[in-house]
Design a protein around this ligand. Structure first.
Ligand SMILES: [Zn+2]
Length: 491
């Protein structure tokens, strides 16, 4: 998240896109033996969702929706071909649904509902477009078995497109069809409907599906695409491909704030998605200079990390927002080191007397963001430097994350920092990550960077940090901040 990681397609799907999508799915999702089928229709006013859900075999015992306000938005729920409606009581009981039966329900998305759910609006009308949290309308089984999955088909009025986090599958005629996958039902996800035209960005082997929502003044979609593409390319350069095969990218223009991207975050429901709330009035140059998009997309280098350990996901994003932008030529290596150092100083000055675990726990309440983000980044710099040292440059945090991406990107579980650090030790064949974890997570002190700075030839002078001219130290600094050096060392 900017400051703070919480956990599609147009109506007409082109033939070329679909065949690629089918190839993507061939490996995993397409293997579901029981496939429940949802059809979601929206009216031209974008005010009502009519959903039909048909179950493959026995219906699940209950359906649940993530938002506490989902029952308030639900205006009718009944077994198909039955007049009797079913009343939700928290979840919805499907006792009366026959084998291979269907239910139909209707959801009012005409206005925001804020009664029990305190986690933000789940229904936003933005200009002519609609942004929904799936938790307000997607009534689904809480758990899917390994052989189960759900396909959602959208039936859209002429001129209306949909943006979803899920992987596209073959269309039925001109309808857009997606497979939801088995990520936990309560992981946040958003679906947008409107008159936007979804753009597909191909970068580093990934297909990023960008939707820019309606606003006054309208955002320049072409330039937004260039900005996301530029940021995603820097992330893809870390190990030669983008960390995910596909992602939903939502850009929501709000014309507010004195920076280009006042708010942004990554969510993981269905598949990873990044949402950017932008001020479209800011000059485009500011978007390209801003760190937010590289930070958010860097979150995708890790699988979903439990919120108790948000220091790890934020640490990775905070470290790489500087490293990757230096490697991408958006700033000099020297500037990147200065930015990292300045961040560590801010982290040291925050949350005195608290351990990292405690500072993480109280982050939203006590504004200990600086400690959490920058101590996470400091631990990763220490790990990066140690790995490079003990393997004579053969390994690095980059190669460790590349190996992690090979083994462990499933979207259906959350990791603790301890589990991820153990996995990083396993894939690197070292004990570095576990040691760093043991030293710092329960410590009240910000990590001591003396040894790391010494290895890098960085000292603290009267005007800030200074760099030594010693060749080995300079080479180590270049290996961290220079893409060319990293590439040559890997050979
Ligand atoms: Zn973040």
């Amino acid at each position: 998240m900017r400051r703070s990681d919480s956990a599609a397609s147009g109506r007409v799907v082109s033939v070329a896109r679909v065949s690629l999508a089918m190839l993507l799915l061939a490996a995993g999702a397409a293997s579901a033996e029981r496939l429940h089928k949802y059809t979601v229709a929206i009216d031209a006013d974008l005010s009502t969702l009519n959903v039909r859900a048909c179950f493959d075999g026995a219906a699940p015992a209950t359906l649940s929706a993530e938002s506490l306000d989902a029952t308030l938005a639900l205006t009718e729920f009944r077994v198909e071909r039955s007049r009797k409606s079913i009343e939700p009581s928290g979840s919805i009981s499907l006792k009366s649904v026959p084998e291979n039966g269907c239910v139909v329900y209707r959801v009012d998305v005409s206005r925001p509902i804020r009664q029990h759910d305190r986690t933000g609006d789940k229904i936003h009308h933005l200009g002519k477009d609609l942004l929904t949290s799936v938790g307000i309308w997607f009534w689904r089984p809480e758990k899917l078995d390994v052989d189960e999955d759900i396909d959602i088909t959208f039936v859209l009025p002429e001129g209306i497109a949909v943006s979803v986090p899920w992987a596209p599958v073959a269309p039925h005629g001109d309808r857009a069809v997606f497979r939801t996958g088995r990520s936990p039902y309560d992981w946040p996800a958003s679906v947008a409907f409107g008159r936007f035209k979804e753009r597909e960005i191909h970068v580093g082997g990934a297909r990023l599906r960008l939707a820019v929502l309606d606003a006054t003044p309208a955002a320049d979609v072409e330039k937004m695409q260039a900005w996301i593409q530029d940021s995603a390319r820097m992330v893809a350069e870390l190990y030669g491909h983008f960390p995910q095969s596909q992602a939903q990218i939502l850009v929501v223009p709000g014309a507010r704030g004195n920076e280009p991207t006042p708010w942004a975050y990554v969510v993981r429901g269905g598949s990873p998605a990044a949402h950017f709330f932008i001020n479209q009035r800011r000059p485009m140059k500011e978007f390209f200079e801003d760190w937010t998009a590289v930070h958010e997309l860097s979150h995708l280098l890790l699988p979903y990390v439990n919120s108790d350990d948000i220091w790890l996901s934020e640490g990775v994003a905070t470290y790489y927002q500087n490293v990757l932008r230096a490697r991408g030529g958006r700033m000099t290596a020297s500037e990147a080191w200065h930015r990292l150092h300045a961040g560590f100083v801010r982290g040291m000055g925050s949350a005195h007397g608290l351990t990292l675990a405690q500072a993480t726990e109280s982050m939203y309440r006590d504004d200990t963001y600086m400690r959490v983000y920058w101590e996470g980044a400091a631990m990763l710099l220490i790990a990066d430097v140690r790995l490079r040292q003990i393997t004579a440059g053969k390994q690095s945090l980059d190669t460790a994350l590349a190996a992690l991406n090979e083994c462990c990107t499933t979207a259906d579980r959350a990791w603790s920092a301890r589990q991820l650090f153990d996995k990083l030790d396993e894939v690197t064949g070292t004990g570095i990550f576990g040691e760093i974890y043991d030293q710092h997570v329960a410590s009240k002190n910000f990590p001591d960077l003396t040894q790391t700075y010494k290895a890098l030839g960085i000292s603290i002078g009267p005007g800030g940090i200074e760099f030594s001219a010693e060749e080995r130290e300079a080479r180590l600094r270049d290996a961290v901040m220079g893409a060319a050096a990293v590439a040559s060392e890997e050979e």
